[in-house]
Design a protein around this ligand. Structure first.
Ligand code: F6R
Length: 603
């Protein structure tokens, strides 16, 4: 949470910082700010609200400078306000800081400094870093930052500027992401790659308790003992366009539309390079149990995977919310494979679950989208989804990419465990390979969903039901809808409705019914009839041609035929479009839903 960016180079920093903040806004959007070194002091402009408010303020109070830092905030300590916005400048106006993370001992540090006469301007934990840097400044900003970092407890990614060393930007991190970007005209720091992709694709990933000293003519890396570190740059394969809207009204719609390509690339990745070698080399005979842990939509992908793995591999699979995992003393041993799923690779709870699993001796395998992220680095094995940068807060293409990698992993495991015949394996792989085309077919005909969704803006509550794997994808449909449309929604297993929830069904309640499990079609349709007879309207999403029975209370979106276990990939596309168009018809800020941030790096 919170996005930071910095630049030291030959060009004006401000335009690039603001442009980078636009790409980072998904990490937080309560307030934003920029600081540059110039004219014998810091120029600082900070503004509560969205980035557009900062841009407007910069028109009235323009800044210019060749070394600068910027920040977009998701408030943790102190309300969203101008004064609590970053960058924070020490009371002596010598040091400016941007921070992502939480300084857990900030109260102690603050009162220590207050006793020494330092006056604080904000209620944030972050200001303590700027004040401490000024307090300890020894004439060497590198030594100062190391000394300060050694006093901090909690998590941080920091960009620090000092007026006495105006050409230098210092960056340091612990448990929050930070990358360094290298370009001909200057060098960058950023919370992630999309922020600087327009300017460079050569990046170095900063490790915990490593320090980067950024100047126009180069970047040096140090350990906290001031030992120089060698960090050869890596080339990011993402194109600059992948972090732009390219004509779409929202990143979310662009990312939904990209899914056929993402599915194709991710399927291909499982047959080549690093992904293939992980899939081929995992010794599945060692495991007697799989535990899948993740948060939010990634967790929902894990719930889908539980059905697929259990059906194909006949191996018990548990799913655990990563935020609960470490507090329940999970039963793990070296025969347990813990599978962690994360788009960002930086979700604090998933990182903690990974560390817990490793501490307990379990084998760890992560499915991650962001190369160089903490989870990718720390998991024993890692598979990468080929989704490219995902900018919209609500995940779509990364979720779909996770699903296909999970299917392919399950088929591979099953084949190794000999729970499938060769013929069955071939048929399953062919079904997965057909998914991109089928997703494209759905995306070519969005008119019905768009029209249906436009009539749904007035609902106070929408229910999603399904059975078996349809229930798993109902969870994702419900989450997607509520997070971007602000309509209350819940997902239930179809058979569970009559145990309580059916009392909420009244005239014209909308129930979205997922029905791609052929075996259970009759059962879920009975549940649909039960709600229709109590006045509900039903949106049926499934692949049976017998669904539309002429009932005026029932509308069907017909899915292409598909293997039951992989049908969530097609239902997901419709559910994403449904949520998107409901929110679009409500005129909401779809890419940045209120209170949310994409990369949840705090507990
Ligand atoms: C919902 C959504 C979130 C994320 C969750 C985990 O649309 O995007 O629920 O799935 O915060 O994030 P990652 O996958 O980055 O660990």
């Amino acid at each position: 949470m919170c996005g930071i960016i910095g630049y030291a180079g030959k060009k004006d920093a401000v335009a690039m910082i603001v442009d980078g903040l636009k790409k980072l806004e998904y990490r937080g959007y309560d307030s934003a700010g920029v600081a540059v070194v110039g004219g014998g002091g810091f120029g600082v402009v900070k503004q509560k609200g969205r980035l557009a408010a900062l841009e407007a303020r910069l028109k009235s109070f323009p800044l210019a400078g060749r070394v600068g830092i910027g920040h977009t905030r998701w408030a943790t300590h102190g309300e969203p306000s101008d004064v609590n916005s970053h960058p924070h400048v020490g009371s002596g106006n010598r040091v400016a800081v941007v921070h992502n993370g939480i300084i857990e001992n900030y109260r102690r540090l603050k009162s220590y400094l207050e006793q020494k006469g330092v006056r604080f301007a904000s209620q944030t934990d972050s200001e303590v870093v700027a004040q401490l840097c000024e307090y300890y400044y020894s004439g060497d900003i590198i030594d100062t930052v190391i000394r300060v970092a050694n006093r901090l407890e909690g998590s941080y990614a920091l960009g620090v500027m000092c007026l006495d060393e105006p050409d230098t930007l210092v960056a340091v991190k612990k448990d929050n992401p930070l990358i360094v970007g290298l370009s001909e005209h200057g060098n960058f720091i950023a919370s992630d790659v999309p922020a600087i992709l327009r300017y460079t694709n050569r990046v170095c990933y900063l490790g915990d308790k490593e320090l980067a000293v950024i100047r126009q003519d180069g970047v040096r890396f140090f350990s906290f003992d001031r030992e120089p570190l060698q960090k050869p740059p890596e080339t990011v394969a993402w194109s600059p366009d992948s972090a732009e809207k390219t004509g779409y009204p929202h990143f979310m719609l662009k990312e939904i539309m990209e899914q056929p390509r993402v599915l194709r690339d991710t399927i291909r990745s499982a047959r080549t390079g690093a992904n293939q070698s992980v899939i081929d080399n995992l010794d599945v005979s060692r495991y007697h149990k799989i535990v899948i842990t993740a948060c939010g939509s990634a967790y929902n992908a894990g719930v889908v995977a539980k059905y697929v793995f259990e059906a194909l591999c006949r191996l018990p699979v548990e799913t655990e919310l990563a935020s609960e995992f470490r507090y329940k003393d999970p039963i793990l041993d070296k025969k347990t494979l813990v599978l962690l799923i994360s788009q960002s690779g930086e979700t604090a709870d998933t990182i903690a679950a990974l560390r817990e699993a490793k501490a307990k001796g379990a084998q760890t395998l992560a499915i991650v989208n962001v190369v160089g992220s903490t989870i990718a680095k720390e998991a024993r094995y890692c598979l990468f989804t080929a989704a490219g940068p995902e900018i919209a807060v609500a995940t779509t293409k990364a979720f779909s990419a996770q699903l296909v990698l999970l299917y392919l992993l399950a088929v591979r495991f099953a084949s190794r465990r000999k729970t499938l015949t060769e013929e069955e394996e071939r048929a399953l792989l062919a079904s997965v390979a057909a998914l991109p085309e089928k997703a494209a077919e759905l995306l070519e005909a969005t008119g019905t969903i768009q029209k249906y969704a436009s009539a749904c803006v007035g609902y106070k509550s929408i229910f999603f039901i399904g059975r078996n794997i349809d229930y798993a994808i109902a969870l994702e449909g419900s989450l997607k809808l509520k997070e971007i449309s602000y309509i209350h929604s819940e997902a239930y297993a179809g058979g569970e409705l009559k145990h309580g929830t059916i009392s909420l069904i009244e005239e014209d309640t909308l129930v979205v019914v997922l029905a791609s499990c052929e075996r259970l079609y009759g059962k879920i349709m009975s549940n649909a009839q039960q709600v229709i007879s109590r006045g509900a309207k039903v949106l049926l999403i499934g692949n049976s041609r017998n669904g539309a029975n002429g009932d005026e209370k029932l509308t069907q979106i017909l899915l292409p035929a598909c293997h039951e276990l992989f049908s969530p990939s097609l239902s997901a596309v419709v559910l994403q479009l449904f949520a998107y168009y409901v929110a679009a018809n409500k005129g909401l800020d779809i890419d940045k839903p209120r209170n949310l941030a994409k990369s949840v790096t705090v507990e």
